[in-house]
Design a protein around this ligand. Structure first.
Ligand SMILES: C[S@@+](CC[C@H](N)C(=O)[O-])C[C@H]1O[C@@H](n2cnc3c(N)ncnc32)[C@H](O)[C@@H]1O
Ligand code: SF4
Length: 463
C-alpha cells in the first residue's frame, strides 16, 4: 500500500499555537451563515427543474432529529424527547417532502449516495424506519448490489433488535457511531453513558451483517478529560479497528448551544492540555497505521476515503468527506441543507413549522443562496485544498479561464505569510500544503473566503 506524501502529518506545536483561531469547517462555501431569506421554495423548484438536464446522480440526506437523552456537549440540530411515537408523523412528513420534490426531479436519476444523520436516526421505531425506507424506494431509483455509498449514524443506546438487519437489507453499507469518550467520569459529566461492550457489540453485529465501513466519533476537550484518560479511550477504540475515526475538537459555544452551560468551565481541559491530548492522539493514530484525511478525519490506508485521496477524487460536502463528487444533494427533514446545481437551500429549523409547511403543500425552504461564478471558483479551490492539500494553478486557470496570481492578488499577502511560516509552499505552478500546515487547512482556506469580512460569526477554534 503506497501513501502519497500528502497523507503525512506533522504536529508543530508552535505553529498551531500561533495560528489557532476560530474558523469555518467548510462543509460548504459560502458557509451557512451567509444564506439568505430571499432564496425560497420557488427558487429551489427552479434549481431542481434545471438540474435534470445534467442527468447527474443524486445524493440524498435525511435529517432524523430525535434523541432520547441530551448529551450536554451536543452542537447538533436535535429534538430531545422520550416520545418515540413522534417518529410516525415525522416519517409521514418526509414522505410528503419527497413527493413534493419528485415533482421536479427525473425519477431515473440514480441515487449514488444516501445518508441518515441526526439527532439519532435509530431513535425511529422499527415500523417507522421501515415506512421511511419503503417511501425512499417508492420515490427514488436506488442502486442495486452495494454500488452506492449508503451510510447511517448509529447511537448504540438507541437501536432496536433487527434494525441493523433492516438497514443492511435495504442497502446501507456503512455506519458511523458516536463514542466521544469511554471514561466513566467524562461520560457522567457530559450526560452520555455508553459502555464499551455495547459499542463493540453493535460493531460486531454490523460487520457480521456485511456493513463494509465502520466509522467512530471521538471528541477531545470534553470536561474532566486528561491526556492519560483519553489515551485509554483511544487504545480501547483502536482495538475495535474502525475503518475511519473522527477526532473532533470540542466546540464549546454555550451562548449558541445552551445545554453546554451545564458543563462548568473549570472542568474543561486547558488549551495546553487539549493540545497535548491532540498531539498524543495523532501520534498514536499514526503508529496504529491510520492516515490523516483532513479536518478531524483519519482512515486506514485501504479505506475508500484514503484511496480516493490518493487518486485525487476525494470530495467534501455537508456530510463530511465522500468519494462521490458531481451529484446533486437533495436534503429532507427539518434544518437539512440541499445543494442542487449552483444553489444551497436550508429547510425550516423548527419541527412544527417544517411539518405545517409540508401539510400546506409547500417545500419547507427557509433560506439559501445562488452561487455566483466567483463563489463557484472559490468553492472549487477550498474543496480541492481540503481534499488534496494542493492546488495546481495551470489546471485551475484552464478550468476557470483565469490567471491565478492577478485574480487572487488580494489573497497573496496572507498566503505568502503562511508560506514564510512553513504552512505551505507557493511557487509559479502550485500551492502545496506542508505536512505541518495540514492541521491548519481551515486557516489556509480562509485566505480564499471572500465572505469572512462581511459579518462577524462565532466559529469554533481550529484545534
Ligand atoms: C450529528 S452528531 C450525531 C451522532 C449521534 N447522535 C450520536 O451521538 O451518536 C455527530 C457527531 O458530532 C460530534 N459533536 C457533537 N457536538 C459536538 C461539539 N460540541 N463539538 C465537537 N463535536 C461535536 C459528535 O462526535 C457526534 O458523534
Ligand atoms: S450527541 Fe447525538 S445523541 Fe447526543 S444529543 Fe447530540 S445528536 Fe443526540
Amino acid at each position: 500500500m503506497t501513501t502519497t506524501p500528502t497523507q503525512r502529518l506533522i504536529f508543530d506545536r508552535e505553529l498551531i499555537r500561533r495560528y489557532d483561531q476560530p474558523g469555518p469547517r467548510y462543509t460548504s462555501y459560502p458557509t451557512a451563515p451567509y444564506f439568505g431569506r430571499d432564496f425560497d421554495a420557488k427558487a429551489l423548484h427552479g434549481a431542481l427543474d434545471h438540474s435534470n438536464a445534467s442527468g447527474r446522480p443524486l445524493s440524498l440526506y435525511f435529517h432524523l432529529p430525535f434523541c432520547e437523552h441530551l448529551c450536554f456537549y451536543c452542537a447538533c440540530t436535535k429534538v430531545v424527547t422520550r416520545h418515540h411515537e413522534w417518529g410516525t408523523p415525522y416519517v409521514a412528513h418526509l414522505d410528503q417532502e419527497m413527493a413534493l420534490t419528485r415533482v421536479h426531479i427525473d425519477g431515473n436519476r440514480p441515487v449514488d449516495q444516501l445518508h441518515f444523520g441526526g439527532g439519532t436516526p435509530t431513535f425511529l421505531r422499527r415500523d417507522d424506519m421501515a415506512f421511511l425506507l419503503d417511501s425512499i424506494d417508492k420515490h427514488f431509483h436506488l442502486l442495486p448490489d452495494d454500488q452506492g455509498e449508503y451510510g447511517i449514524e448509529i447511537d448504540p443506546r438507541a437501536l432496536e433488535p433487527g434494525t441493523l438487519r433492516l438497514l443492511r437489507d435495504f442497502g446501507f453499507n456503512r455506519i458511523s457511531i458516536g463514542v466521544q469518550d469511554l471514561d466513566a467520569a467524562v461520560q457522567k459529566a457530559v450526560h452520555r453513558e455508553q459502555s464499551f461492550a455495547l459499542t463493540a457489540a453493535v460493531i460486531d453485529e454490523a460487520r457480521q451483517l456485511g456493513f463494509r465501513s465502520v466509522s467512530l466519533d471521538l471528541i477531545y476537550g470534553l470536561p474532566l478529560q486528561t491526556p492519560e484518560s483519553f489515551a485509554r479511550t483511544l487504545e480501547a477504540v483502536l482495538a475495535l479497528r474502525p475503518d475511519r475515526l473522527s477526532v473532533f475538537n470540542y466546540a464549546h459555544l454555550p451562548e449558541r448551544f445552551p445545554p453546554q452551560k451545564r458543563i462548568p468551565d473549570a472542568d474543561i481541559p486547558s488549551p495546553d492540555t487539549k493540545l497535548r491530548i491532540f498531539a498524543e492522539s495523532i501520534a498514536t493514530l499514526q503508529q496504529a497505521g491510520y492516515l490523516y484525511i483532513g479536518m478531524d478525519h483519519f482512515a486506514l490506508p485501504d479505506d475508500e476515503l484514503a484511496v480516493a485521496q490518493r487518486e485525487g477524487s476525494l470530495y467534501r460536502n455537508f456530510q463530511g468527506y465522500s468519494t462521490h463528487a458531481g451529484t446533486d444533494l437533495l436534503a429532507f427533514g427539518m434544518s437539512a441543507i440541499a445543494m442542487v446545481g449552483p444553489t444551497y437551500s436550508q429547510n425550516i429549523k423548527d419541527l412544527d413549522t417544517w411539518g405545517a409547511t409540508l401539510d400546506s403543500g409547500h417545500l419547507p425552504v427557509e433560506r439559501g443562496l445562488r452561487l455566483s461564478d466567483e463563489d463557484l471558483l472559490r468553492r472549487h479551490i477550498i474543496t480541492r485544498l481540503i481534499c488534496d492539500f494542493r492546488l495546481d494553478f495551470a489546471a485551475l486557470n484552464r478550468q476557470f479561464n483565469l490567471d491565478f496570481r492577478p485574480h487572487f492578488a488580494a489573497s497573496l499577502p496572507a498566503l505568502e505569510a503562511m508560506a514564510k511560516d512553513g504552512l505551505l509552499h507557493l511557487d509559479a505552478h502550485a500551492l502545496t500544503v506542508t505536512p505541518q500546515g495540514r492541521l491548519l487547512i481551515r486557516h489556509i482556506c480562509m485566505a480564499f473566503d471572500a465572505y469572512l469580512a462581511q459579518k462577524s460569526v462565532r466559529y469554533s477554534r481550529v484545534i
